[in-house]
Design a protein around this ligand. Structure first.
Ligand SMILES: Cc1ncc(C[n+]2csc(CCOP(=O)(O)OP(=O)(O)O)c2C)c(N)n1
Ligand SMILES: [Mg+2]
Length: 345
């Protein structure tokens, strides 16, 4: 087992969070976790096909950035193949994400995409992408059009920020370097969010890269780079709020490296035999949901009953999502070529 990197400390006293904000963030993380636990169950029951990559353990990153610092549904979000939870945080209804996983016509990508290709124009979700690093230039394109509309076309309402999520493995790919260079040069309103979960399938991060501290790579692009404890939603929210403020003020992009861990194998087809037991236990003990629930109750912001009520509400929501997905129709084979090109809805 590789020596664990020292996690940056965060002073929770500076968090300044209201009860409503706390409940919202907690609910979003529980939604992500419960949704995906159900995905695993449905996958093993044969309801889903192809590869399914779960996000268990990394919830504080999606919820802290999108729900904690952005305007979901107005700002843009770009994901990877590990995209279900980003879609949920961006506001795509769980039943539409579940139906997409079931390959049904009612899914957010109309059953054409499946697990790795969640998309919603309405919720400004730019897509899940199966190729490593593929979403990075797409996200930069979205950020560029915002800036262009604002500065060249005089559209004062074009103040959206884009969050682009990707893994540690993507940071060794050319698209990362080329896009960060342009994004900094053009001062694009974008957050590059690296979810460093230490592994790219079976390749340990420290064996694959010359500088494992990814946030330091920002300096060569003259960009702000920050590392954050990705298991602490309040810390993630804080760095994201600062990055969003910079982006909206026209000060350009930020590279955020969130140190996190996936609690399951790379995909549901992975027996997860490569990672050391001690390493897994170290990270399991830092579960972001348990940690935040404890914080909320210790601060007397929220009661145990309120926590339980949210857990129950989300369970019901996920059960409804499964019923909806199960009873939805398959895409019509006569419409095979529909949606290849965009159409007005
Ligand atoms: C361009 C490209 N090369 C290789 C692959 C095969 N592949 C799929 S996932 C993956 C690992 C990526 O790891 P990381 O970026 O750290 O994301 P994580 O799975 O940890 O979220 C690889 C190499 C791919 N999908 N695309
Ligand atoms: Mg990784």
């Amino acid at each position: 087992m590789v020596q664990e990197r020292t996690l940056p400390k965060f002073n929770t006293a500076t968090a300044q969070i209201t009860k409503e904000e706390g409940l919202q963030l907690y609910e979003d993380m529980v939604l992500g976790r419960t949704f995906e636990d159900k995905c695993a169950e449905m996958y093993y029951r044969g309801k889903m096909f192809g590869f399914v990559h779960l996000y268990n353990g990394q919830e504080a990153v999606s919820s802290g950035i999108i729900q904690g610092a952005m305007r979901p549904g107005e700002d843009f979000v770009c994901s990877t193949y590990r995209d279900h939870v980003h879609a949920l945080s961006a506001g795509v209804p769980p039943k539409e994400v579940m139906a997409e996983l079931f390959g049904k016509a009612t899914g957010c990508s109309k059953g054409r995409g499946g697990s790795m290709h969640m998309f919603s124009a309405q919720h400004r979700l730019l897509g899940g992408y199966a190729f490593v690093a593929e979403g990075i230039p797409v996200a930069a394109g979205a950020a560029f059009q915002t800036k262009y509309r604002r500065e060249m076309m005089g559209d004062a309402s074009a103040d959206q920020v884009t969050a682009c999520f990707f893994g540690d493995g993507a940071c060794n790919n050319g698209q990362f370097f080329e896009t960060l260079n342009m994004a900094s040069l053009w001062k694009l309103p974008i957050l590059f969010v690296v979810e460093n979960n230490k592994w790219a399938i079976g390749m340990a991060h420290d064996r694959a890269t010359s500088q494992p501290e990814i946030y330091k790579k920002a300096s060569v692009f003259d960009m702000v780079g920050v590392e954050v404890d990705g298991m602490d939603i309040l810390a993630v929210r804080q760095v994201a709020q600062e990055a969003v403020a910079r982006a909206r003020a026209g000060e350009g992009p930020t590279l955020i490296e969130a140190l996190t861990y996936r609690f399951r194998g790379h995909s549901l087809a992975d027996p997860d035999e490569l990672r050391a037991k001690e390493e897994k236990e170290f990270w399991f003990s830092r579960d972001p949901i348990k940690k935040f629930a404890a914080y909320l109750t210790e601060q007397n912001l929220v009661s145990q009953e309120e926590i339980k009520a949210i857990d129950k509400k989300i369970e019901q929501l996920i059960d409804e999502a499964v019923k909806f997905a199960d009873s939805s129709p398959e895409p019509d084979p006569n419409e095979l070529y529909r949606f290849v090109f965009a159409e007005d809805e």
